[in-house]
Design a protein around this ligand. Sequence first.
Ligand code: GLU
Length: 388
Amino acid sequence: MATMTATSAEVPAVPTLLDARRLVVKIGSALLVDGKTGKIRRQWLDALADDVAACRARGTEVVIVTSGAVAAGREHLGLIGRALRLEEKQAAAATGQIRLAHAYQETLARHDITVAQVLLTLEDTEERRRHLNGRATIDTLLKLGAVPVINENDTVATAEIRFGDNDRLGARVAQMISADTLVLLSDIDGLYTADPRKDPDATHIPVVRELTRAIEDMAGEPPPGYSSGGMVTKIAAARVAMAGGCRMVIAKGARMNPLAALEKTTAEGGAPCTWFLPSAEPSNARKAWIAGHLNPAGAFVVDDGAARALGQGASLLPAGVASVEGAFERGDLVLVKDGTGREIARGLSAYSAEDARLIVRRKSNEIETILGYRGRDEMIHRDDLVVR
Ligand code: GLU
């Protein structure tokens, strides 16, 4: 019993958006685009942009993952009143995406916020090198003060390589950029013990700390027909986000200023919602992934000075690397060994083995001259490194 009390005392309180440092907000098509007219709901979007500006004013970085390209584009191609084939959806997305990007640009410009469009496919987030590139670009945009507006690159994403729903895309993006909070703005205010539209006894669940089988069963069946999303993809998103150490919240988006409504807990008068809370901090979960990697592609053998510096939390610089073993690409997982061949760390290499061999023992400011491009200063950045 004593243990149980201690455990429950350690459980963190229900969070609010006020604690978010790096926030991903996923916006569904139905919120953003009027299904009948195909027009973007500007008033709603303006209010959302006001929320985003308020988040940023208190120091929260914001990334938007938006749906709505197909919905905003179909009318302009005369594709209305019927279900679309995949290539028609892709065509609709190609024209709708311009309109979406433009709408975000206009609404955030009211707050002097610059918008940047990022289109991703599933492959871009699964393949380590592209994943890293995407992450570096989004990181840079955030550092430069922009709001990245992300959607799936529907035009090239064929059936096999599609996310197909932006819930999971949002979660993958959150994991990719080590966000601490993912908001899924939805047509439902969270998870219920059963489908509340069918079961009058369904009760709302405010906090989920573990994705048990029972929780998965509550999501029920995916919605019929064309619609992507539904509770099934939201639970799948929660799994990805939580594995990345990112908490996720499902809330109703249709109200005005839906993010502001998450600044208070429900008990304090905020919007009803369901929080999914991971057990680890973002960096821990990411590092756990690195630490648990089964298939190192090579190794850096480092000198004693570098070995000591790694122990103190530094990145691995080319100057501290004595030799490179194996064949690997940028972004692959490699071991870091000391002079005796013992593994002292592992991490994701910022350079291919070929390029790494050319810059070992060199200073970071020599990299560009040697390789002909300006890569990272570090061989392995400390964010990508786990010391044993
Ligand atoms: N990428 C699709 C679009 O912009 C949306 C996918 C989804 O609704 O989750 O229309």
